[in-house]
Ligand binder design. Structure first.
Ligand code: ITT
Length: 185
């Protein structure tokens, strides 16, 4: 089965291609504009986006993700894309400069609509820490400043290693279980 991933983010797209390939699914990128509201949770953003997209498309996957930093009460969270664009990783590091509590988590919310099936949402998170300085060349977005084990940043993992433990990798596993249980594979 082929699945259209509606995203403008090339980093996400690469991860979907690899994670879904392992499940025998072929991901391809689509760019269909849809309503992305500002809301308190990723699930609300995805739910709204899906309702809009279902008027135009009969199957797709969308993904809304964010970095939630404990010391900042979960900021940037649902504002992650804007914060990365405006402050960048250095700006985020400044917000936690000298702070010893570095706990953070990535969250990923996937909205999935398959032909002739009910739409559904799955979410997963990955706990970790904000590093003191960016490290590594791989990945995208906040990867250089986030580590799940406190040793290597997500940018220092290869994509397979990241997908095995990341918010997106875990959400894709839930997605696959759900698709299998509905007999769509
Ligand atoms: P869409 O077109 O799919 O919406 P986006 O880049 O706007 O792409 P999000 O709003 O979901 O995506 O992402 C919020 C921000 O978090 C964005 O700047 C991403 O680059 C970043 N991000 C999401 N997943 C990430 C990951 O696995 N590692 C590092 N940064 C990530």
């Amino acid at each position: 089965m082929r699945i259209k991933i509606i995203t403008s983010n090339a980093g996400k797209m690469r991860e979907y291609a690899q994670a879904l390939e392992g499940l025998g699914l072929e991901a391809f990128q689509g760019s269909v504009p849809y309503d992305e509201i500002q809301a308190d949770t990723l699930e609300e953003v995805v739910g709204h986006g899906m309702r809009d997209l279902m008027l135009k498309e009969d199957s797709f996957i969308i993904d809304d993700s964010g970095l939630f930093i404990d010391h900042l009460n979960g900021f940037p969270g649902v504002y992650s894309a804007y914060v990365l664009k405006t402050l960048g990783n250095q700006g985020v590091l400044k917000l936690v400069e000298g702070v010893s509590e570095r706990d953070a988590r990535f969250e990923c919310c996937i909205g999935c609509k398959l032909p002739g099936k009910e739409p559904f949402i799955v979410s997963a998170s990955c706990e970790g820490f904000i590093l003191d300085a960016p490290r590594g060349e791989g990945g995208f977005g906040f990867d250089p400043i986030f580590s799940s084990d406190g040793v290597r940043s997500f940018s220092e993992l290869d994509m397979g290693e990241k997908n095995a433990i990341s918010h997106r990798g875990l959400a894709v596993k839930k997605l696959a279980e759900r698709i299998e249980s509905e007999g769509s594979l």
